[in-house]
Design a protein around this ligand. Sequence first.
Ligand code: HEM
Length: 260
Amino acid sequence: MTNQTRPDLSNQTILLLTGLVVIALIIALSPFLPGQPGSPIAQWAAATGVVALLAPILFSLLKRSGLSVNPPFWFVTHVISACIGVLFILFHAANGNWLSPPGAVMILMLFLIFQGALLRTSVSAQFSHLFARNSIASGFGKPESLDRNKLQVLIEYKQSTLARLEPCASEALFSPNLRHWITHPLLSLRYQRLISMEAEMIGARQGAGLIMAWSRRLHMLAATLFFLGLLAHVIVVLFFAGYAAGDGEIDWWYITAWGR
Ligand code: HEM
């Protein structure tokens, strides 16, 4: 972490966390771990993993509602907590059948870890260079047709709009969140349009900006599918335990055995 007010994750820390996940994955795939996913200890591991995996939902809600005073802290929490959750889930899933619907949910979870790490370490880094105002001023990443005077007028207009929308925010970093959209829909819309126009002007829609935007969308789509799959799995094993066990014994704690 870089400092106390704006925590961040270094590339080394991200590499370390993903390395831990890879080691846990190799152990889970090996025949050394005892027990089945339904054993009491594996079920406790699953429950602990699920709790840790709720952090990304909290991060998203806090970020989008504007309720968090420190979004970078919640970003770091979502990454660390997700990695810890994955370790518990891998322990839970060892010796299970990974070529099954719950196995697909787990593969989605692993994808999120590796794609998230790639997003943060490579694409975000390119993005921050592209967007650093100094880099534009110094000519780095400057599109040939950039009209500086027009850009200056646009930035001044952004600043005056922002002064009405969120007076204390920084124009280079701000984008409207749910609270702004609810309390000032027209100003938010205007500000969002100015952001798009600026991105268009400096060429951010091309190259790294485009990859970044699609990588984030992919991450969020995978996260949505993952949480839906996780919810479905939890509902099936707890309430439709008979269906999940098929012809075999229900050897885990459950609430109802519907589906037999
Ligand atoms: C199971 C694991 C994970 C889940 C379920 C998950 C989920 C999410 C969600 C829901 C968001 C969207 C937040 C929003 O509403 O904008 C998000 C954003 C993001 N995640 Fe993850 N994530 C996981 C792991 C990771 C990991 C391991 C990394 C990096 C090391 C990572 C990097 C990112 C990045 C860079 C963003 C965009 C942040 C932003 O735009 O401010 N994620 N993640």
